[in-house]
Ligand binder design. Structure first.
Ligand code: NAD
Ligand code: TDX
Length: 333
């Protein structure tokens, strides 16, 4: 199978490329990535040089680049991981979110409209549904995004829905809960808190820390996308969740305990604007198709903390330069 994976130099995309290369050595992968601050070729150090893997630096928001790649390679399937992904950055500067998450998705959809592709998978998020106090979002729940990030992801997803209906294109849209695991950029809750504590810095918890997120280990997400690539029904929407819901304070305590740190290391700070209280997905549709999680939350969290503890070479350089400027603006002003 010939695969185009966009955003493959980011957290989830790089884990997925590693998963595919290991499991299907006869598949060919093109990784198209703009290498924004979040794109990092160190995420794929062990993959570069493999004969069935090729990296192309390029922007999905540039239609000429996208169509040229579709013309030059005959892809069987396209998986769109590329996005601007950090909610706080979308609040301070939304423009790139609209360009990549909306226009970029549109360009890829035009690619699959103009060339013959068997499957396109849109990697999206539970955040498009907004916040839910009780109960769970199904695939049919309306979109109620709260941040420019979730609004831009929702817009990309709506384009996918329209291209399914209007052009009968072979698209699958996935809404996943929060990922955690190795190679996640240290601006997101779990890697930020682990690496701060490893550096003996405090961890900035927004509001009262009671916001709830549903968590999936990134390798379970890779398995889910692999499953949908081979068994997902075209034109369908799938939620990808685990039922593992935790308050941010609970996540923080797990990390503190694992690293032998005191609760005094928590600094409660001003809340994120429009901070969604809780996300929760009903993932029965995907389970009924035969997918199930493989990893236990406690074990996978421990493994994740261990990974950041052992891989300072990977995250230390990321917490300087542009990141440091962002961090100062975000937390120290
Ligand atoms: P990430 O921020 O770690 O990586 C994003 C990647 O996309 C980077 O390599 C970046 O260079 C690339 N990229 C950005 N703009 C691009 C452009 N215009 N053209 C080409 N490449 C571009 O993201 P992630 O956390 O791995 O998320 C991957 C996908 O999964 C995203 O679509 C995100 O919305 C979705 N998602 C993430 C989570 C999560 O918890 N991280 C949960 C649900 C869904
Ligand atoms: O410093 C922090 N302090 C804090 O309390 C950060 C970075 C986050 N938080 C809180 C905000 C959220 O309630 O932790 C929770 C998780 O925050 P993020 O890691 O920023 O993730 P979230 O906003 O939930 O969005 C993530 O999951 C869905 C990804 O960033 C999105 O790309 C994905 O779609």
């Amino acid at each position: 199978m010939n695969l185009l994976i966009t955003g493959g130099a980011g957290f989830a995309g790089s884990n997925f490329i590693r998963h595919i290369i290991k499991k299907y050595p006869n598949y060919k992968i093109i990784n198209l990535d703009k290498l924004t601050y979040a794109g990092n070729l160190n995420n794929l150090k062990d993959i570069e040089g493999k004969p069935n893997y090729k990296f192309i630096k390029g922007d999905i928001a540039d239609q000429r680049t996208v169509l040229k790649i579709f013309r030059n390679y005959q892809f069987d399937a396209v998986i769109n991981y590329a996005a601007e992904t950090h909610v706080d950055r979308s609040i301070s500067d939304p423009e790139d979110f609209i360009k990549t998450d909306v226009l970029g998705t549109y360009n890829l959809l035009e690619g699959i409209k103009q060339f013959t592709i068997s499957k396109y998978i849109q990697i999206s998020t539970d955040e498009v549904f907004g916040s839910i106090k009780r109960g769970k979002f199904t695939e049919k729940s309306p979109f109620k995004p709260s941040s420019p990030y979730s609004a831009s992801k929702a817009s990309g997803d709506l384009l996918c829905y329209a291209y399914i209906k209007t052009y009968k294109l072979p698209i699958i849209v996935t809404h996943s809960c929060n990922f955690y695991g190795p190679y996640q950029y240290p601006e997101k809750l779990i890697p930020l808190f682990i690496t701060n504590l490893l550096e003996d810095k405090k961890v900035p918890l927004y509001g009262d820390g009671k916001n709830v997120r549903e968590w999936i280990y990134v390798l379970d997400h890779c398995n889910a996308i692999d499953f949908l690539l081979h068994k997902g029904m075209l034109g369908e929407i799938y939620n990808i969740g685990t039922g593992v819901e935790k308050q941010n304070l609970e996540i923080t305590k797990i990390i503190l305990d694992e690293l032998g740190k005191n609760k005094k290391m928590i600094e409660f700070i001003k809340d994120r604007p429009a901070h969604d209280l809780r996300y929760s997905l009903d993932s029965n549709k995907l389970k009924k198709l035969g997918w199930e999680t493989e990893y236990n939350f406690k074990e996978a969290m421990r493994e994740t903390i261990r990974w950041y503890s052992k891989n300072e070479w990977w995250w230390k350089p990321l917490k300087s330069g542009e990141y440091l400027e962002y961090y100062k603006k975000q937390y120290l002003s």
